[in-house]
Design a protein around this ligand. Structure first.
Ligand SMILES: [Fe+2]
Length: 450
């Protein structure tokens, strides 16, 4: 255990304390949703800021609709508030690009709707046992709904980053403690470790079950790839050199005309700027690079003579404790995230400089594995051995295969409730609007083994 061991474990709470914890998490998520939907006017709520994203007002009512389906109708056994709108807010029935043309609730109706659902949900929470059914045991389904709302809040934050109209978003810049001198990379020795979890009460189905995995030794970057690092790739003609790119990556780079990370622009004297939530800011050399797709990350890694880490490598670097051999919940230990440990929860609207949060580093000294930027991996999204759909296949199972690549660690826009060292995110390798960066790795040779 480290000094940072304050942990809220739903499985260890008495029923009344668990109800309070759930109510607190639901309220915290709702305050964030209100902030994200209250930051712009009606036109910006109903408009579509990118074909990649839903109108903000769709996300808003969709959050309420999922809460109604799971907590009111299923757990509460109640009739529900608006059974007539399920189809409109079904993410699978409607592609994002088509959502603006649906008969959506207006911003005022959406606000009223989610409030009505929440009022009834708090009633259900106080009246329904949290034991018995697997769905409600340890408050799992409430935790699932909290994470769903927070995940949509991060999606709405990405919509704000894409919009070109309305007021900019603002937040204080991170002023985190920072390690002075760090080695460029860290050796993770060969051997077994426990990947995934069977004990985390609110972990989602794709994180389960815990299983033992043997990995060969590898080296991993101590910190995420910085803008300065990435600018060297640009300056060396990285975007014009097919040999650094996979065939798919090069085809996409050509088709989309990629020349730099999304939101970057160069001025007349050659300095780089990036648009950040409506404000043009200089590209800060020591911040992690942000808004690159998996193809760009992989091309950079090849140029650097390295590769992207696999998903198990990134999890081992984040969780494995060489002293005990145990896998931790987080790099720093088993305690929940705090502002001293990681840049999470939209407290800031940008990543902290590389080398920040030494108190949040892993036992081997790898920094910023949680928070700041999601990190692309070399792995596609698949089930763990023993995977079981729970509670519905549309959360994970329908995405398994070779189309999606896994991202790990969460970003400055990820809430702690939706971020663990076992948490798995996934997206198409061409996606750049998400808050993603990366770090690189290389396989260790026999000379590295002590
Ligand atoms: Fe959703």
């Amino acid at each position: 255990m480290t000094a940072f061991d304050s942990r809220v474990d739903p499985a260890a709470l008495a029923e009344e304390a668990l109800r309070d914890h759930i109510a607190g998490e639901l309220t915290r998520a709702r305050e964030r949703t209100q902030w994200l939907t209250g930051a712009v006017d009606e036109a910006d709520l109903v408009g579509q800021h990118s074909p990649l994203m839903s109108p903000l007002v769709w996300d808003h009512a969709h959050i309420g609709n999922q809460e109604e389906i799971w907590l009111l109708r299923d757990v509460g056994g109640r009739a529900g508030v608006r059974t007539d709108i399920d189809q409109i807010y079904d993410a699978f029935a409607n592609a994002r690009a088509d959502r603006p043309s649906l008969p959506l609730l207006s911003p005022t109706q959406a606000r009223r709707y989610v409030r009505q659902v929440r009022d009834e949900v708090l009633d259900v929470l106080s009246a329904t046992p949290l034991a018995g059914r697997r769905l409600t045991r340890n408050g799992f389904v409430y935790g699932m709904v909290v994470q769903h709302e927070q995940q949509h809040d991060e999606t709405m934050l990405a919509t704000h980053q894409l919009r070109r109209t309305g007021p900019p978003l603002q937040a204080p810049a991170p002023v985190a403690e920072r390690s002075a001198r760090l080695p460029a990379e860290v050796l993770v020795p060969a051997g077994e470790f426990d990947m995934g979890t069977s004990t985390e009460a609110w972990a989602l189905d794709n994180e389960r079950p815990a299983h033992r995995l043997e990995l060969p030794a590898f080296w991993i970057d101590t910190v995420p790839v910085s803008n300065a690092d990435y600018l060297a790739f640009l300056a060396d003609g990285g975007y014009a050199t097919p040999r650094w790119w996979t065939p798919d990556g090069w085809a996409y780079r050509q088709r989309a005309g990629l020349t730099a990370p999304l939101f970057w622009q160069q001025d007349a004297v050659g300095s780089w700027w990036r648009r950040s939530f409506g404000t043009l800011v200089p590209v800060e050399p020591e911040e992690p690079v942000l808004h690159v797709c998996q193809h760009e990350a992989a091309a950079y890694a090849a140029w650097a003579g390295r590769r992207l880490p696999t998903e198990p490598e990134l999890e081992k670097a984040a969780r494995w404790d060489p002293v005990t051999g145990r896998s931790r919940r987080y790099p720093w230990g088993d305690g929940d995230p705090t502002p001293e440990l990681a840049n999470l929860g939209q407290r800031h609207l940008r990543p902290a400089r590389v080398g920040s949060y030494p108190a949040g580093a892993s036992p081997l000294g790898v920094h910023q594995l949680i928070g700041d930027v999601w990190e692309w991996t070399a792995s596609t999204f698949g089930p763990y051995p023993g995977f079981e759909v729970f509670p519905y296949p549309e959360y994970s199972k329908v995405f398994f295969g070779t189309d999606y690549y896994v991202l790990r660690g969460g970003s400055f826009g990820t809430d702690p409730s939706a971020c663990r060292a076992t948490f798995r995110n996934w997206d198409f390798p061409i996606r750049r609007q998400i808050f993603a960066g990366f770090r690189t790795a290389r396989s260790a040779g026999p000379e590295d083994t002590p």
